[in-house]
Structures are given as structure tokens and as C-alpha cells.
Write a protein that binds this ligand. Structure first.
Ligand code: ADP
Ligand code: MG
Length: 387
């Protein structure tokens, strides 16, 4: 019997289009004897749509096609899930759903929002749970956690928008203490959007103002010199992680830009089109260091599914820094597993199995506690009911 997989993609994020590419690539590589993919597209204004042709990139080239699609929602029944079409005055079943495959990138979707939605529905889902997803989507708060575990990260200073407007001089001088050149990033964004390098105070202020157009939290980091960018994916769930080959990615712009990541090849291939060396030609010590850190960090965060951990390496001074973690990497980083003997279709099998394992383990736990506390009729104004 086929497993019905609701493939949820799109979302209100600057990486909306990249998510469409990742999702359609994944659908193309699913073993259709095992799985029935059911596309569920989340528009930029957060409405779920379904149309059978949404498995074809042509559908999304003309957004007028959305008029042909049906508005849908997932039934909240805790044990049996259905995709429902919303018509004028009733809901009509379109399909049963066994599992949701989250394939979204960026803030307001990859950040745990949609994991939380699946948790509420109590449906198995491919992807990390809320906390690792949320942390990995915040470049600042992730660094706070990882520095506690002595994971190497670049020196940084981060702040909220209101702090900048309250005391701009203090924020600027804290940033300058790091030493120029600096790189300024909106804390929650991805795909290099809003990121700027600066070499003096004027550029720093300008870069901060750019970041503030996108985000209320900004992180400023020292620029790693003699830079080599190395990425490693990790597959699994707590206690069961494995690492992929390590890739080196090449930038042609000042930083590894949106263009470097997605637009260097003529076809729409998402992260698959980045210029890379795979496996990266690095010495065995560096390779072991990256593999060890990747496994440790996955355990610290408790990620699920496939994540890609990105490193910055100063090759002259032999200094390695963990830069960021992509909870749902572009193209699911499938290309990093090929040399490990895992095809894209095998990777999808493993991801769906992890989703069912997580669901089974979670639902075997006790979540309610029978109590007669309400029968005691507490006086809600007495202040005696202290949590
Ligand atoms: N501290 C740094 N030093 C040098 N280059 C950096 C640094 N941080 C980021 N970059 C460059 O900017 C790119 C995008 O930054 P990153 O933090 O990965 O954001 P995103 O989530 O948008 O990918 C990196 O791939 C790298 O090329
Ligand atoms: Mg990056």
C-alpha cells in the first residue's frame, strides 16, 4: 500500500522560490511505488493550496495558475489525518495523509512554526522538532547555546532593533571592538539576503540599517580571512546520527551570495547548482574535526531528518568555525550522500522512516496528568494557586 505524503512547501519567507525548487526535486525523486506525493503549497500570504499540477515547475512560473488551485487544510483529528478542500460552506475530503514532508526554507516556516503546526495536529512529519528548528533559524541565539558547549564560533556582537535606536553610539562601539572588517546579518534570514560586509563606521551603520529592514535582531561578526567554506550534512535523530561527505563551496561574489547558491546554472536546480568540490580536498584531521563537531552539535540540538552544517575555515591560520545550521537544507543536501552510497530516493526513505520513529516515540510518552485540582474549586483571586 502506498504511503500518502503531504509535501508542504512555499511559505512566507525570502526563500519561498527556493523551497518550491527543493520540493519539486524531492517529489521527482520519490519512489512512486511506495509513496503518493500530495503537494500542499503555502502561499506568501499563508494560505494552503492544492492542485495536482503543482508537482510541475511550469505551474509556478505563472502565479495566475493559483486561481485553478483549491484552498485546503489538514483535518485536526488526532489519529487520522485528511487533506480537506475548503468550499463555500463545507469541507470536502481530498485525500488521507500519513505523513507531512516539510520542505520549506527560512523564517516563519523552517523556524519551527510548521513543526509546531504538525505537533498540534499530531501527524508524523519529516523535519526537526520546534526547538532545534527555532534555534537554527536565529544566528544569534544559536551562537549563545553553542558557545556554552565550546563549539568554535566567530567573535560576534548581537542586538535588538530597539537597543540600536536607544543608544546607537554604544552599539556601534561594541561592534567596532570586534575589529574591522565586519559582516552584518539579519539574525533570522537565509540565502545571504540582507548580509553586508563593512570596513569602516559609515558602512557599518549602513549595513545595520539594511539588516534592520529585514529583521528586529542583528548579528555582527568578524570576517574570517583566507576563507574556505565547508559544509557537512547530518542524517538521523537523537542517538542515531550519521554524517555525509564534506563539500567545499565556492563564492564568486564578495560573500557566498544568492546568485552563487542558486543562479549559476541555467536550469532551476536550487542548491544543486552551487559551484562545489565534492568531496572537499581537505586534510584528514580537518575532516575528522568537522565530522566530530557535526555529530556533537546534532546531539546538543536534537535535530531530526537531514540538516546541513556550514563551516568557515581560515586555511592560513588553520582555524575552523561553525557558521550556521540549515534545518531543512536546499535540495535536502541530497548530493552530499551520493558518495556514501545513498541515492536521493534512499534518502527520502530514511527521512520518512525517521518521521514515523519520532511520532511513535513521542506518542509512547505520557502527556496528561489526571488530577482533581479543578474539583477543589480554587478561588482564582486568592493567590494561593502558585505554579
Ligand atoms: N564571519 C564571516 N566571515 C567571512 N564570511 C562570512 C562570515 N559569515 C558569513 N560569511 C559569508 O556570507 C555567506 C552567508 O552567510 P550565512 O551566515 O551563511 O548566512 P545565510 O543564512 O544567509 O546563508 C557565507 O556563506 C559566507 O560566504
Ligand atoms: Mg549560509
Amino acid at each position: 500500500m502506498q504511503i500518502n505524503v503531504g509535501v508542504l512547501f512555499g511559505g512566507k519567507s525570502v526563500e519561498h522560490e527556493v523551497s518550491i525548487i527543493s520540493a519539486l526535486q524531492m517529489i521527482e525523486n520519490m519512489n512512486k511505488l511506495k509513496y503518493q506525493p500530495i503537494p500542499i503549497y503555502l502561499s506568501k500570504d499563508n494560505v494552503f493550496y492544492h492542485h495536482k499540477d503543482m508537482t510541475d515547475i511550469e505551474f509556478f512560473k505563472n502565479m495566475d495558475n493559483l486561481k485553478k488551485a483549491k484552498k485546503v487544510l489538514i483535518s485536526p483529528n488526532q489519529n487520522k489525518h485528511e487533506l480537506l478542500i475548503i468550499t463555500k460552506n463545507k469541507l470536502k475530503k481530498l485525500a488521507d495523509l500519513d505523513v507531512i514532508f516539510l520542505i520549506v526554507h527560512g523564517a516563519q516556516c523552517e523556524d519551527g512554526t510548521l513543526s509546531g503546526y504538525c505537533e498540534l495536529l499530531n501527524i508524523p512529519y519529516v523535519g526537526s522538532t520546534i526547538l532545534p528548528s527555532a534555534l537554527n533559524q536565529n544566528k544569534w541565539k544559536l551562537k549563545v547555546l553553542l558557545s556554552n558547549y565550546n563549539i568554535p564560533i566567530v567573535p560576534y556582537f548581537a542586538f535588538y532593533e530597539h537597543e540600536f535606536y536607544q543608544d546607537e553610539q554604544r552599539i556601534i562601539s561594541e561592534c567596532e571592538k570586534l575589529g574591522m572588517p565586519l559582516i552584518v546579518k539579519p539574525a533570522h534570514l537565509g540565502s545571504s539576503v540582507g548580509i553586508k560586509k563593512c570596513t569602516n563606521r559609515e558602512e557599518l551603520v549602513e549595513a545595520i540599517l539594511t539588516s534592520l529592514q529585514y529583521d528586529t535582531e542583528v548579528i555582527v561578526e568578524t570576517v574570517v580571512q583566507n576563507l574556505i567554506e565547508l559544509n557537512c550534512a547530518v542524517l538521523g535523530r537523537p542517538g542515531e546520527y550519521t554524517t555525509s561527505e564534506i563539500e567545499r563551496v565556492f563564492q564568486f561574489d564578495d560573500i557566498l551570495s544568492y546568485t552563487d547558491k542558486y543562479l549559476r546554472s541555467k536550469s532551476s536546480k536550487g542548491m544543486e547548482s552551487t559551484c562545489r568540490e565534492l568531496p572537499a580536498k581537505i586534510n584528514p584531521e580537518l575532516k575528522n574535526q568537522i565530522t566530530d563537531i557535526s555529530l556533537r552539535v546534532s546531539e546538543i540540538l536534537g535535530t531530526s531528518g537531514v540538516v546541513r552544517i556550514d563551516y568557515l575555515y581560515d586555511e592560513v591560520n588553520d582555524e575552523l568555525y561553525l557558521n550556521e545550521i540549515n534545518t531543512i537544507p536546499g535540495s535536502l543536501a541530497f548530493y552530499l550522500w551520493k558518495d556514501k552510497g545513498l541515492s536521493y530516493s534512499d534518502l527520502i526513505d530514511k527521512l520518512i522512516k525517521i518521521a514515523f520513529d519520532n511520532y511513535r516515540i513521542k506518542n509512547a510518552k505520557i502527556y496528561s496528568y489526571d488530577t482533581n485540582i479543578l474539583a477543589l474549586s480554587p478561588n482564582l483571586n486568592s493567590g494561593k494557586l502558585v505554579k
